[in-house]
Design a protein around this ligand. Structure first.
Ligand code: DQA
Length: 147
């Protein structure tokens, strides 16, 4: 089963960026951390990060053709206002799980609104980088159950 993990703006700075909120591990470290889940769960996972909305849209649009069966996505700040990403998720015939490292509901008011969550199959927020592992387990089970 092939899964695509998409990370949005500023997530390339993981580890350096507000470590009190996002932790000290880099994006590279996150990708390495996920290796064991991928092996145990027999998942083939690819990663893509961009600070550009259009690049994330292109990744969403091309995912099915490239053989991905599901997408894990942390849209970063786009979560809160990108109708384009929302429509992009709704336009593709693939399940998307939304992940946030921090608990977006426990922060500034503007972070409590996600325009992308309603078109995702679910949202995992507040468990740090472990949220990506949870999301991989969740999407695998969703795809298998759906058949
Ligand atoms: C984030 C939460 C967003 O509000 C923020 O803009 C991010 C990261 C998270 O993973 O906690 O860039 O998506």
């Amino acid at each position: 089963m092939k899964i695509l993990v998409l990370n949005g703006p500023n997530l390339n700075l993981l580890g350096e960026r507000e470590p009190g909120i996002y932790g000290e591990d880099s994006l590279e470290q996150l990708e390495k951390n996920l290796d064991h889940v991928c092996q145990e769960e027999e998942l083939e996972v690819d990663f893509f990060q961009s600070n550009y909305e259009g690049a994330l849209l292109d990744a969403l649009h091309g995912a099915k053709e490239k053989g991905y069966e599901g997408i894990i996505m942390n849209p970063g700040a786009f979560t809160h206002y990108s109708i384009a990403l929302r429509d992009g998720i709704a336009s593709i015939d693939l399940p998307v799980v939304e992940v946030h490292i921090s608990n977006v509901y426990a922060r500034e008011e503007f972070r409590s609104k996600s325009v992308t969550a309603p078109v995702s199959i679910g949202q995992i927020t507040g468990f740090g980088l472990y949220g990506y592992e949870l999301a991989l387990l969740a999407i695998k089970q969703y795809i298998q159950r759906r058949g």
